[in-house]
Design a binder for this molecule. Structure first.
Ligand code: S3P
Length: 422
C-alpha cells in the first residue's frame, strides 16, 4: 500500500543530546521544544539530572536551569548511559573538566563498544580515567584541571571530536583537532551560536576555554534527518508513494543520503526554510521511482554512517551492483551492522555479500519477508520494517525485538501505518 502525507519528525537525536548538555553551561533557563523522546536522549537527561541539573520534561518540551561555570554536583550513583554511545562519549568530555569522580556504565551493547577513542585524548588533557576492562565500560573518570592539546583524530568520529571540544571548553589553553574527513558538526555550530569561541578552517577546529557561561536557548529542535531517512526510503520503494518531511534538519554534514538517493535516480526536492542555533532546517519531498545501483566511496561514509542500512536496502531494489566501502566503523555501532544488514537481507533472498569494510549488493531482488534478528539495534529493526513493506506478502515481518526502535524513534511503526492510511 502506498505511503502518502506530510510528517513532522521527532527532534534530531544528535542535536537533542547536545542541546541538553550545552544548556547546563548557560546561566539561565533554556527551553527546548521537539526534543527527541527516544531512550538515548532520555539517558543523557537522566545522566545530567544525576549530576545535579534541574531538568523538567513536559511531552517533548524540556526546561533546563543552567548553572553557569560550575554546573555539576558529585553524583552518588553510576551514570548509566543505556544504549547510547553519544551519551557516554560526549558526557565524558563534558564532565572531564570538573572536580567529580564518576563511573559510566551502559547496557550489554554499549559495554562492548570501544571507549579508548575518547579516553586517550581526555587522558592527554589531564583527566584521570580507569576502565575495568581495557577500554570498555564501565569507565571511572576523575575530572579536574585540564590543559589544551592538539589531537589528530584517527577516525572521523563526531562523538570523539565533540568529547574533545566539550573538554576543551574547560581547559587552561586552546585545543585543536584535525580529522581525516569531516564528520557531523552540530557541536561546533551550536557552541558558536551560543557564544563559545571556535576557529574553524578546512583543516582544523580550535576551541578556546570558555570565559563566560553559554547563552541559554529557546530552541525548536529540527526533525531528525536519520529518522526521516527510513520514511524517504519507504516512499521511494513503495509504488505510488509521495511523502513530505517538514521542518527536518538539513545540516549538510548529515544529508549525504539525499545525494545517494539522487545518484540512484530518486526524485527528491529540498527547500530550506531557516537556521536556528546554527542548524539549518526545511522540507524534503520524495516520490516513488525506479532505482539504479551506485558506488559509495570512503569519503562519503561519515556523512551517511547511520543511513548505510538503508543504502543496502535500496540497493537490493536497484538495477545493477552497488558497492559500499570504507565503512568499517559500522562494525562497532549498536551492533556489528555489516553483519546484521547482510545476514538479515540475505535471509530474505537478497544478493548481498559482506566485505571487511562494507558490502556488495546486486539487484533488483524481490525480498521474501519473515524473521528479523534485530541484534537489539534500532536502525536494523527500522530498516527491516521498511523492507517488510515491499516483501512478498505471504510472510509477515517478525522482529525479535521491536521495542528497540524506541531508542531513536518511538512510534515509528505508527507513523508508517498512518502514511499508509492517510
Ligand atoms: C553521532 C555520531 C556518529 C553516529 C551516531 C551519533 C553523534 O557516531 O553514528 O549515531 O551524535 O555525534 P560516531 O561519532 O561514532 O561516528
Amino acid at each position: 500500500m502506498s505511503l502518502n502525507g506530510t510528517v513532522i519528525l521527532p527532534g534530531d537525536k544528535s542535536i537533542s543530546h547536545r542541546a541538553l548538555m550545552l544548556a547546563c553551561l548557560a546561566d539561565e533557563r533554556s527551553t527546548l521544544h521537539n526534543v527527541n523522546r527516544g531512550a538515548d536522549v532520555k539517558s543523557t537527561a537522566s545522566l545530567l539530572k544525576r549530576c545535579g541539573m534541574d531538568i523538567v520534561w513536559k511531552d517533548d518540551t524540556v526546561q533546563i536551569q543552567g548553572a553557569g561555570r560550575e554546573p555539576f554536583l558529585q553524583p552518588h550513583l553510576p551514570l548509566d548511559c543505556g544504549n547510547s554511545g553519544t551519551t557516554a562519549r560526549l558526557s565524558m568530555g563534558l564532565l572531564a573538566g570538573f572536580p567529580l569522580q564518576v563511573t559510566f556504565t551502559g547496557d550489554d551493547s554499549l559495554s562492548q563498544r570501544p571507549m579508548n577513542r575518547v579516553i586517550l585524548p581526555l587522558r592527554q588533557m589531564g583527566a584521570r580515567i580507569a576502565t575495568r576492562d581495557q577500554g570498555y565500560l564501565p569507565v571511572m573518570l576523575t575530572g579536574g584541571e585540564l590543559w589544551g592539546i592538539h589531537y589528530d583524530l584517527q577516525i572521523p568520529s563526531a562523538q570523539v571530536k565533540s568529547a574533545i571540544l566539550l573538554a576543551g571548553l574547560n581547559a587552561q589553553s586552546e585545543t585543536s583537532i584535525t580529522s581525516p574527513l569531516p564528520s557531523r558538526d552540530h557541536t561546533e555550530r551550536m557552541l558558536k551560536a551560543l557564544g563559545a569561541k571556535l576557529k574553524i578552517t578546512d583543516d582544523s577546529i580550535v576551541v578556546y576555554p570558555l570565559k563566560k557561561p553559554l547563552s541559554a536557548q529557546d530552541f525548536t529542535i529540527p526533525g531528525d534527518f536519520s529518522s526521516g531517512a527510513f520514511l524517504l526510503t519507504a516512499a521511494v520503494l513503495v509504488p505510488g508513494s509521495e511523502v513530505i518531511l517538514q521542518g527536518v534538519s538539513l545540516n549538510p554534514t548529515r544529508t549525504g543520503f539525499l545525494d545517494i538517493l539522487k545518484a540512484m535516480g530518486a526524485n527528491v526536492v529540498v527547500s530550506k526554510s531557516g537556521t536556528k542555533i546554527g542548524e539549518p532546517f526545511g522540507d524534503i519531498q520524495i516520490q516513488a521511482g525506479a532505482l539504479q545501483a551506485t558506488t559509495v566511496n570512503p569519503d562519503q561514509i561519515p556523512n551517511i554512517i547511520d543511513e548505510l542500512p538503508l543504502v543496502a536496502l535500496l540497493a537490493t531494489q536497484a538495477e545493477g551492483t552497488t558497492v559500499v566501502s570504507g565503512a568499517a566503523e559500522l562494525r562497532v555501532k549498536e551492533s556489528d551492522r555489516i553483519e546484521a544488514i547482510v545476514a538479515n537481507l540475505r535471509n530474505w533472498g537478497a544478493q548481498i555479500e559482506a566485505t571487511p569494510d562494507g558490502f556488495i549488493i546486486t539487484g533488483p531482488t524481490r525480498l521474501n519477508g519473515g524473521f528479523v534478528k534485530t541484534h537489539h539495534d534500532h536502525r536494523i529493526a527500522m530498516m527491516m520494517s521498511v523492507a517488510g513493506l515491499i516483501a512478498k506478502q505471504q510472510q509477515p515481518v517478525h522482529l525479535d525485538d521491536p521495542a528497540c526502535m524506541d531508542i531513536s524513534f518511538p512510534g515509528f511503526l505508527r507513523v508508517l501505518e498512518k502514511l499508509q492510511n492517510p
